[in-house]
Every structure is written in C-alpha cells, then in structure tokens.
Design a protein around this ligand. Sequence first.
Ligand code: SF4
Ligand code: SF4
Length: 441
Amino acid sequence: MALRYFCTTNISTRYHEASTKTPVPPSFSLTNSGMHSSTPEANTKNKSTADNLKSIVNALVLPSISSSPLHSLHKGNWVKLICGASFEDVVDIRNLSLVYTLAGVDCIDCAADAAVVSAVNEGIEAARDIVCVRRPWVMISVNDDKDLHFRKAEFDPEECPADCSRPCENVCPANAISFLGKSSGISCNTEATSVLKDGVITERCYGCGRCLPVCPYDKIREVTYVRDAVTTADLIQRDDIDAMEIHTSGRQSNLFKQLWSALGDSVGYLNLVAVSLPNGGDSTISSMNYMFSIMKPNLQSFNLWQLDGRPMSGDIGRGATKESIAFAVQLAKAKERPPGFLQLAGGTNAHTIEGLKKEGLFQTTINEYLHDDESAINSSGSPHALIGGIAYGGYARKIVGRVLRSMQSEHGGAASIEDHSEYLLMALKEALALVGPVKCL
Ligand code: SF4
Ligand code: SF4
C-alpha cells in the first residue's frame, strides 16, 4: 500500500514543496567553475538556488535511479528521451540531454551523427557536474529503408508567393521554418553556423511532415535518406555510445538482414539493440520472430522492441498515445513473441501512464497480467515487467523546448542552460512532471 501511495503522489506538488522554499535569483551559473555573481549578496542567493536544485535531484531523482538502466527495464520504469533520429540542433540536444539526465532518464536516443552524439554526451556530463546522477545510456538511431523518422522537409523560399500566410511556419512544432530569419529571434544551432536562413532550418527539422499538406501552393518536398551502415558501424565503436535502434517497417526482411550484416561485429560494442517497428497487425509477431532470428547469431547484448504507435505525435494531444497503448495490449497478449523487452513510443505523452494503468499493464509482470503460472523469461533469464518502459519524443521536447526558447530569446541561441539557473529549474520541473510518474517519484 505504501508503494501505491508514493506512485500516485503528484510530482509537481512534491517539486514545489522542495523548490519554492528558496527564491530563484535572476541568473547565475550552476557549473563548478561558473557560480559567479557581482555581489556577495547575489552569491549567497546563487548558492542557495544551487543547493535547492541539488536537493530536488537528490531527494526525488537519485533514489529512483540508483540502479542501472537495465534494472529499470526489468522493473518497468525505464524512460528514454528521444531527441529525434533526424534532429541535429546540437545546442538544443545538449540542453535537453542535460535536463533529462537530471530528471533521471535511463537512455537518450539521438541521430547517428558524430556531432550529435558528442552533444548528448556533453549534456550528460554537464548534468553530472551539477549533481552526481547516474549516466543514462546513449542510443543512436538508424534505418533499414525509407522511414518517416529519417526525412527532412525542403522548399525554396524564393518560390513562395509574397502574399502567402505561411501556414507551414505556424504548423511546424520544431520552429524549423523561418522567414526573415535575422529578425525572428530563432537560432540555427549548428556547429558550422549561427546564421539563420529563410525556409527550412535543416538541423531543426525532424521530419514530422506536418508542413507538407498545409502548403496551398504545394511547394514543400520531403527528402528521405537511409543512414549509411558502414559509417554507423564505425560510430558504434566510440566508447560513449551504449545502444542502437533500428527503425524498420518489419515488412522488408531482406533490407533488415542487409543492414544487420553490414553492421558486422560493431554490434558487439553495445549493451542494447532496439528494433522500432509500427503495428503490422496480424503479421507483427511473425515479423518480429524473423528479425530476431536474423539478429540472434550475432546478438551479444540485450534486445528491445520499440512499439511505435503513432510516430512523432505525442505533442498533439491526449489521444495521440492511444495507438501505442493498443500496440502494447496486442503484444502483451501474444505468447509467441520473440525474447526482448517491450517499450512504448510514438504518440507517448503525459497520458500514457494513465492508459497503461487502465489496461493493467503499468509495471505488471506477465504472470500478473495473464493470471498464468507460466513463467515469463526474458532474454536475461529473469522474470520482469511485461512493458519495460516508455520513450518520450515530441512531447518531451515540447515541454522543455518552451523553456529553452524563452532562455534563448533572452540570452541568445547558444545559451547553455546550466548558466541560467531559473531556466534550468523551470525545465527540470517540466521534465520531472513527465519522468517522475514512470519512476514513481
Ligand atoms: S517536417 Fe515537421 S519539423 Fe520539418 S519543417 Fe515540416 S513541420 Fe517542421
Ligand atoms: S505555405 Fe508553402 S508557399 Fe506558403 S510560405 Fe510555406 S512553403 Fe511557401
């Protein structure tokens, strides 16, 4: 009963109890080297706000993440932040990684790009400079074929009629479309340039596709791509990558086989291999079994199936998570599925936990779910939660992204969030409201 009480405790309330005791000063740096201010009074305030942030993380987050990401998968409280397979804004990615590391995520999933991986790891280490939290696994995402997650929108702004009301700009959830860039206040956070261009800011576009149908002049094109397997195999051998996710339709097993074969021995460097697939109805389980048979001879790590409900839609609203819940119910009932953890994604948001609880799937073991004495043995050989956890993408980026946008409009597009404590506290509050319920904070 005590556990049930803590699981239903409102994280926002607990956060406020801890955080509102100390007023937040206007601005200071939380980094070990940068807690500077101009007056002794301000320095005292700065120190108490830093202590306040540390006490929140120490009290709420650390107890729940004292064990490994693998343990979270077993318990069913694994949380993954999806930065986006195509999202390459390295400043945002670093800040998001910092905030969600402090909030206790188990894994951060990002594009299979060297600069992006470095940004994720910099964010993680910056968080660990503030409070000694456990390092989340870093996962890179690749694809075996054309896939919604691996595309960019593109158009030539010179071709746009001057009187167009620019619905593309309004509908974009990533602030990836801009006109008159130099006056818009949005930054193009790439390593190469900080100059904003008109049109699609390629690094920020993550391929959601929402701009494509709204253009009344049909000016916007989608450009799809497949990550190169050989480059990916080299990247995996870096010592700051722990996991890989293969996005597949599940219908082209020859392409999956080609990719797996091209990755070769590099998969031996990983702790976890995930396969992200859509719900293929009756053929889903047979596709999963076939893909597992391809991976098995060379699989030296744990494996996970990402159930991709409604891709890149979690920020749209409450109903977006329904498809991922339905997918989980379908897989939970299937007895012939291959080994591997199950994790939800695609439309996941603040309503996902509620949906899982309604279906009796939140942190439930297979024996509890099926009322069955048959033992549930996963790839590690232990009974575990039927649903290992949840990955949050668009929704997670939206709630913290709002804070990042405010900070950038005040302090510039390259601002590091640890240098602006009031924003870090706001962002951490948002992140904890999402991560906390999964971790039963
Ligand atoms: S595809 Fe999505 S993220 Fe990319 S520009 Fe269009 S609306 Fe923005
Ligand atoms: S909606 Fe189409 S025509 Fe209008 S600004 Fe956007 S891309 Fe150009």
